[in-house]
Design a protein around this ligand. Structure first.
Ligand SMILES: Cc1ncc(COP(=O)(O)O)c(C=O)c1O
Ligand SMILES: [Zn+2]
Length: 418
């Protein structure tokens, strides 16, 4: 282990104030800004890329020296990360784009990218001596936090918007033993409430306000770099909800650059659902600030957020990499979900399919070059939200248990398909 790399601290993203990395804080005490984790600069940081990293399996903890954890014995892990980067040749053909890959984050232990953040975040909860973890969630954060808290022996409290959370996600949070409260309001109300609760020292807040989570999530950028043979894609298509994940990828790629491993970052192509798109609106208006949206609505419940906490750095990530923010309709999301499943065999939940929807749109509108190398981040597994699919098909065809009935029904089905 390389001791020097473990030195880290918090830096306010607004006023630059610096705080000890062991302090239990989420915001700057001077100006209320969000905090970034910064590490001591050291040429030692380069050593693990050629040595230790290669000896460990692909995954979050392969990059242990680049993560802000003090005590290896406390690490709470289910071998998260190491997800597949899948070449999508059928999509390439259909869209006429040279290289398209899906980074399938649905392959994580609880079925979404959140596990990358929670393995670090819940480990930090143990390090600071917390008893209870809390979060507001559109679903996946609660599934993941509940599972990791269970493994760590911590109590877990989650607040979700009543009636607006996918069944799979809710059942995960419940079976892992979290106290789940359904709040009569949206995600933004839930977040306001857990922020208030987190002033109580017993609670440890694990929304993406917590910068340790983003440290775990940044490892997906390292993996993509390695999976592409130590290169970066031209374009990275990624959904934006609370905007933590896009910021985490941006940090990951910037760290690769500051280590001298790459010389340019991919262009960040962030996507929101049109019914919950404050960052998209700010982007197209060329504005430096967002106007929060009330009464947001989209079938992609995971990104049904009107006041994204990490909007400032998300806009920066897109602008500084010459990227774009797009917005897609529910119909475009469902269409992309179907295409990805039927052409590539990958089942994404609606939010996870939104990057494909934006890619299809970007190709149609000539927003990307056809010889691009594209990576789409599929953030969550389709089994999280099976209702979305079943609602579209109506009643299944029932047949008698004899071969003639089966053949007759198949003939009718193929005639219908034609
Ligand atoms: C499947 C899925 N995709 C995308 C997002 C958005 O991530 P972020 O809130 O970090 O922007 C979420 C967040 O809950 C999610 O669950
Ligand atoms: Zn500050």
């Amino acid at each position: 282990m390389i001791e020097a790399l473990r030195k880290y601290w918090f830096r306010c993203i607004d006023c630059g104030a610096r705080y000890d990395g062991d302090e239990k804080i989420y915001f700057c005490k001077k100006c209320g800004g969000l905090l970034d984790v910064e590490y001591e600069d050291s040429e030692l940081a380069l050593i693990p890329w050629s040595k230790s990293f290669q000896e460990r399996p692909l995954g979050v903890w392969r990059y242990r020296e680049l993560l802000p954890v003090r005590d290896d014995s406390k690490i709470v892990t289910m071998n998260e990360g190491g997800t597949r980067l899948i070449r999508c040749r059928n999509l390439e053909k259909a869209l006429g784009v040279k290289e398209i890959y899906v980074k399938n984050e649905g392959g994580n232990p609880t079925g979404s990218f959140k596990d990358r953040g929670m393995t670090v975040g819940v480990t930090k909860a143990l390090e600071v001596g917390a008893r209870t973890t809390i979060c507001a969630s559109t679903g996946n954060t609660s599934s993941s936090l509940a599972a990791y808290s269970a493994k760590a022996g911590l109590e877990c409290v989650v607040l979700v918007p009543a009636g607006k959370i996918a069944l799979g996600k809710l059942s995960q949070a419940i079976i892992h033993g979290a106290k789940v409260l359904a709040v009569r309001g949206g995600f933004d109300d839930c977040l306001r409430l857990v922020k208030e609760l987190s002033r109580d020292k017993r609670f440890y807040l694990l929304n993406s306000i917590n910068s340790f989570r983003l440290e775990g999530q940044k490892t997906a950028a390292f993996e993509i770099y390695e999976q592409l043979g130590r290169e970066v894609p031209d374009k990275l298509f990624i959904p934006i909800g609370n905007a933590g994940n896009i910021v985490a990828y941006w940090k990951g790629f910037r760290e690769l650059k500051s280590l001298g491993l790459i010389d340019k970052l991919p262009s960040f192509m962030g996507v929101q659902a049109i019914g919950a798109s404050p960052i998209y609106k700010a982007f197209i208006q060329g504005s430096d600030t967002i106007t929060p949206m009330e009464n947001v609505e989209t079938i992609a419940t995971a990104i049904r957020i009107g006041r994204p906490v990490n909007w400032k750095r998300a806009l920066k990530a897109v602008r500084e990499t010459n990227g774009l923010v797009g917005a897609v309709t529910d119909e475009e999301i469902l269409n992309a979900q179907r295409i990805l499943a039927s052409k590539e065999g990958i089942f994404a939940e609606p939010a996870g399919a939104s990057p494909i929807a934006f890619l299809i749109k970007a190709v149609k509108e000539g927003l990307i070059e056809k010889d691009s190398r594209v990576v789409c981040i599929v953030t969550g597994h389709g089994l999280k939200d099976p209702d979305v699919v079943l609602k579209q098909v109506g009643k299944l065809t029932e047949v008698e248990a004899d071969i003639d009935s089966v053949l007759k029904a198949l003939r009718a089905a193929s005639a219908k398909a034609i």
